[in-house]
Design a protein around this ligand. Sequence first.
Ligand code: KG4
Ligand code: ZN
Length: 365
Amino acid sequence: MTETLTILGLESSCDDTAAAVVRISHDHSPQILSSVVHGQTDLHESFGGVVPEIAARAHAEKLDICVKEALAQANMLFSGLDAIAVTSGPGLIGGVISGVMCAKGLAAGAGLPLIGVNHLAGHALTPRLTDQIAYPYLMLLVSGGHCQFLIVRGCNDFTRLGGTIDDAPGEAFDKTARLLGLPQPGGPAVESAAKTGDPSRYNLPRPLLDRPGCDMSFSGLKTAVLRARDQQVSEKGGLSLQDRADLCVGFQTAVRDVLAEKTRRALSLYLSESPETPAFAVAGGVAANQAIRAALETVSTDSGALFIAPPLALCTDNAAMIAYAGAELFVGGHRDDMALSARPRWPLDQASPAMLGSGKKGAKA
Ligand code: KG4
Ligand code: ZN
């Protein structure tokens, strides 16, 4: 690469509408010139999950605003851009279509190349945006909609080692919070309640630890919380604050143990390929959990792999990751045109079998 590359990215695959401008200079160091995210939590709150039709309409209304804000914050005009990158899957199809249509209009109007980006690739390439780590590295995507281990070998080259066969861990945190009368999003609420809990009181199941491989399952764990809660209510007539804290820490510890053990196995598969500079990166809202993050860091450091956890704003859904992934694809010669379609499912690793499960936040690809 001889010149700088400036890319506008758009993201609208779930419940965040986002636009960002990212610049890559000749030495390949990326710079986020702006990153605007408009969340929709308030629109979906009363429904207990993301309502796809409401999400799609909100994206259609907010995309233009996000683009304007992102360009203004970056002090850019369309004439200063080299390309437009957009999430073209996987995700809630109405939202993905809103983003793709908007990007096509902007690209046609401004005469710029268009690049369709896989949303999961955006997450998976974030450690290169934030820490410029070398390929290949091991990645754990762990959020409300995603949970999978990937060996990232290039911007278009991923090997999936395993993932959830039902709920994503964030989804399980959210459902657990709902069962215990805690607010949404459930992760931070459960983590905070867990701080005063007794971890020895509830020994909840660690699903699929008895089976080889890196696949995971979290829906049974949530059912175990339901059973323990109902038993407590039938015996004592209700839940005390301490009961709730004990259940939260029991649940969180079970999720932590499953993620830590499966990470150990994924690391051992990855390290068996003798990468030159071994690195393990996590992304997604659940990686914000301090108990889980600390356990993953320990496993990684023990195995000799550098542990990377990008800042939370870049771990959760955003458009800077889409612009960055678009930039890597652009450098590799990738271009889309007006035939670019929106894909509800789009596995990163086409060679591995399709994942089961499709959670409240859309397909897990
Ligand atoms: O990555 P993210 O913002 O959105 C997607 O799901 O794509 O992740 C949100 C999820 C929610 O399910 C939320 O409950 C969970 O991440 N989460 C947490 C924590 N903070 C957010 N889970 C456990 N502990 C946390 N501190
Ligand atoms: Zn995401």
